[in-house]
Design a protein around this ligand. Sequence first.
Ligand SMILES: [Zn+2]
Ligand SMILES: [Zn+2]
Ligand SMILES: [Zn+2]
Ligand SMILES: [Zn+2]
Length: 118
Amino acid sequence: MKLYRPSTLFAVLPFVGLLGVASGASAHDEHEALHNELNNEHSATHEDLNAEHRAGHEELDALHREAHQYPMTRRQHRRLHRELRREHRAEHEDLNTEHQAAHRELNGEHRDYHDYSR
Ligand SMILES: [Zn+2]
Ligand SMILES: [Zn+2]
Ligand SMILES: [Zn+2]
Ligand SMILES: [Zn+2]
């Protein structure tokens, strides 16, 4: 039985912070290359985070399955599910924090480029 349906937390989309900046006189080839690089890095980050997320779900599913091999009272079962939910929430918070940090880093790289090329 699957307790949690692994969803795609982080869609692999073009890096939002980069959109709209390329227009204007400064959009030359080198800048294009940087944008491509940052977008690739961003997609890779999302793939990593999604993989981590999936692994986390599999772990929780395994824990749940294992616990169900033994007889449980309703109360024990409720407690088990509460704990699994808490684990899952903590996992999501970790992933979101990682995701934000990655975005900050990519944004910083991008901003640096624009500051120096002005
Ligand atoms: Zn999840
Ligand atoms: Zn740019
Ligand atoms: Zn992202
Ligand atoms: Zn259960």
